[in-house]
Ligand binder design. Structure first.
Ligand SMILES: [Zn+2]
Length: 100
């Protein structure tokens, strides 16, 4: 016995940009185009969104599509911060040696 009805479902992610604010510097393409947004994945069945998954907040670059969940790493800096600190001055310290 064969089931010939295709089950069409998916998990699309819908992204809503937050209130407009000045873009932050993208760590990937270095354009000031990173904005805060809300991302939510839905369980969709036959193109009907049925079950929402918990919403989380992300940073998203409008140019290179880079995105990062807020809290997974340092927040993108406002472009002005780079001018004050200078490029290359914000590297994290190297990890301490693992006991040679
Ligand atoms: Zn970018």
């Amino acid at each position: 016995m064969a089931l010939c009805i295709p089950l069409i479902f998916g998990f699309p992610t819908k992204i809503h940009q937050d209130a407009p604010e000045p873009g932050r510097a993208c760590p990937h393409c270095h354009n000031a185009s990173v904005v805060g947004a809300s991302s939510r994945t839905w369980f969709e069945f036959f193109w009907i969104p049925l079950i929402p998954f918990p919403k989380h907040r992300i940073w998203k670059c409008g140019i290179c599509q880079w995105e990062m969940r807020m809290g997974d790493g340092p927040d993108p800096q406002a472009p002005g911060a780079f001018a004050q600190q200078g490029f290359g001055g914000v590297r994290p310290p190297p990890p301490q040696g693992y006991g040679h």
